[in-house]
Write a protein that binds this ligand. Sequence first.
Ligand SMILES: O=P(O)(O)OC[C@H]1O[C@H](OP(=O)(O)OP(=O)(O)O)[C@H](O)[C@@H]1O
Ligand SMILES: Nc1ncnc2[nH]cnc12
Length: 79
Amino acid sequence: IFGPAIALAIGAKFIPLRKPKKLPGEVISETYVLEYGTDCLEMHVGAIEPRERVLIVDDLVATGGTLCAAINLMGTCWS
Ligand SMILES: O=P(O)(O)OC[C@H]1O[C@H](OP(=O)(O)OP(=O)(O)O)[C@H](O)[C@@H]1O
Ligand SMILES: Nc1ncnc2[nH]cnc12
């Protein structure tokens, strides 16, 4: 897991985006398409303030569906 270490190194906060039912409290969800079906990412409500800058870290990009879902979750905070 590289996200927390990168956040610490650059002085940023760490925000986990997790598969469904992993995060406690209120979440927002984004469903997306993978090579082998669909899945869903969740993020805590209020984790990001409007106009905050983000760095999205994942282990790999294949179709880009997961990355797009993460970007869409960011967008729900900025709108
Ligand atoms: O660009 P994409 O086509 O979306 O694929 C990339 C995603 O696939 C893998 O996760 P996966 O959904 O397989 O589950 P995992 O996190 O449990 O490994 C990987 O960790 C990326 O998040
Ligand atoms: N194309 C791919 N290769 C390896 N791991 C993956 N996880 C999701 N898509 C993958």
